[in-house]
Design a protein around this ligand. Structure first.
Ligand code: GAR
Length: 197
């Protein structure tokens, strides 16, 4: 059974999909806890599934590294096999990334390496892309630069705005995440190999 900690900052629809999957006794992963950098609305989903949650807010620390150290110690205490960033909107400093690499994976709403950063859907629309999508990748020290695990394409319709396009992307993200976590648990995806270790 693969043990997972998920970090979120937002509404947590991807978290909800993973919690639902983990609730099925036939699914080979278990959610140990959900963490956030703020009182995110998505933490409600953890409560719904009886999964503990924790919040570590950056503004309570004088440096980003101190914040990341406390976030890491919350996670280390649980000793998960995998850490999923599902809409976690903070860049993790190297003291965090280095100690967990390649066990931290991140969902991103574009076809990386195109449109990294916090406004990927808006940026793809502004660039006039006809196809965009989502990417699941191993987190390294860069911003959305780590080795790619999987991706899904989503066509951009002329009628799409940022919200409608993001919703379509999130539908693909949820399916991709649930499937990828299963494959990691079953050894069909080897993060050590993808991460180059
Ligand atoms: C997802 O689309 C995820 O890819 C994105 O935030 C959304 C969270 O949705 N992450 C990033 O943009 C990270 N750069 P959710 O809270 O409904 O799961």
């Amino acid at each position: 059974m693969l043990s997972v900690v998920t970090l979120i900052s937002g509404s947590g629809s991807n978290l909800q999909a993973l919690l639902k999957a983990c609730d099925n006794p036939l699914y080979p992963a278990k959610m140990l806890a959900v963490g956030s950098d703020k009182a995110a609305s998505g933490l409600f989903h953890a409560e719904e599934y009886g999964v503990p949650s924790f919040v570590v807010e950056p503004h309570r620390f004088s440096t980003k590294e101190q914040w990341a150290e406390v976030l890491a110690s919350n996670i280390n205490h649980l000793n998960p096999d995998l850490i999923v960033l599902a809409g976690f909107m903070r860049i993790l400093p190297t003291n965090f990334v280095d100690q967990f690499y390649p066990k931290v994976i991140n969902l991103h709403p574009s076809l990386l390496p195109k449109f990294p950063g916090a406004h990927a859907v808006r940026d793809a629309l502004a660039a006039g892309e006809k196809t965009t999508g989502c990417t699941l990748h191993v987190v390294d020290a860069g911003v959305d630069t780590g080795p790619i695990i999987d991706f899904r394409q989503v066509p951009v319709e002329s009628t799409d705005d940022e919200h409608s396009l993001h919703e379509k992307i999130k539908t693909e993200e949820r399916a991709m995440l649930v499937e990828a976590v299963r494959s990691i648990a079953e050894g069909k995806i080897d993060l050590e190999e993808i991460g180059g270790n």
